[in-house]
Design a protein around this ligand. Structure first.
Ligand SMILES: [Zn+2]
Length: 245
């Protein structure tokens, strides 16, 4: 639970002001949902400060990958930093294997009906279907993304006469694979993390290489219901500040 010094700090960290009206952000709202994997991560670190530092460094690397991909989608000239080249080449591989027509990148969305705002990564036609594409640099595709993307679609549909939209997650990552046992090693955040080592092995790591995972999220009605329930819970939790904004 984050503590806020003032209503303006609360507003700044949790939402956007659009036409003089403040709206909470989609990502702030979904953050109310508990994340058990995060507790396991904190418990595995020597102390809270070390865990925070690693989480932030890992987030910086993720942001760099994310921003570079968005710049490429916007056809901007971009220098690709050496440390994320494998991840970016995985993205370019994804792009070359699919028919992608980008409509919007980093677009502010707003639902006046439900009272929330947010920033959508990409609106695009992918292989002939129009939809919202969210770019993630996480280790896996988590179910929380279902709620986030359903909120973007709901807001887009509210504001424009458009057909039902698809929702996709494009997960981009880079890691080394053990050539003996298939385990993978990520070194995001400056700490090595090995996954999938099922039996004892003197790992022999490959070069760092990128990978992508592209997944469609099918159950919009189910997901938007969960998002709006999350919003109710978020408002309950922040009742004090919401009375002051
Ligand atoms: Zn191995």
């Amino acid at each position: 639970m984050t503590w806020y010094k003032s209503a303006s700090e609360f507003k700044e960290q949790n939402g956007y002001t659009i036409d003089d009206v403040w709206y909470p952000r989609v990502t702030a709202i979904v953050s109310i949902k508990a994340k058990p994997a995060l507790y396991a991560f904190y418990a595995s670190m020597p102390n809270f400060k070390a865990a925070e530092a690693m989480k932030n460094k890992s987030a910086d690397e993720g942001t760099l990958i994310h921003d570079t991909i968005e710049a490429i989608l916007k056809n901007e000239k971009v220098e690709i930093p050496e440390n994320i080249k494998p991840a970016i080449s995985a993205f370019l591989d994804f792009r070359s294997r699919n028919d992608i027509d980008v409509h919007k990148v980093e677009e502010r969305i707003l639902s006046k009906k439900h009272g929330y705002s947010g920033t959508m990564d990409v609106l695009a036609e992918v292989n002939g279907h129009l939809g919202v594409l969210d770019i993630k640099t996480s280790m896996a595709i988590y179910r929380d993304y279902n709620m986030q993307t359903s909120a973007y679609v709901e807001a887009l549909v509210e504001n424009a006469d458009i057909p039902p939209l698809s929702r996709w997650i494009l997960r981009i990552d880079q890691n080394k694979k053990c050539v003996r046992c298939g385990a993978s090693l990520r070194s995001k955040g400056g700490r090595d993390k090995i996954r999938g080592d099922k039996y004892p092995c003197e790992h022999e790591w490959s070069e760092m290489r990128g990978e992508y995972e592209f997944k469609e999220l099918p159950n919009f009605d189910h997901d938007i219901k969960a998002f709006l329930a999350c919003k109710t819970l978020w408002e309950w939790e922040h009742d004090y500040w919401l009375r002051h904004v």
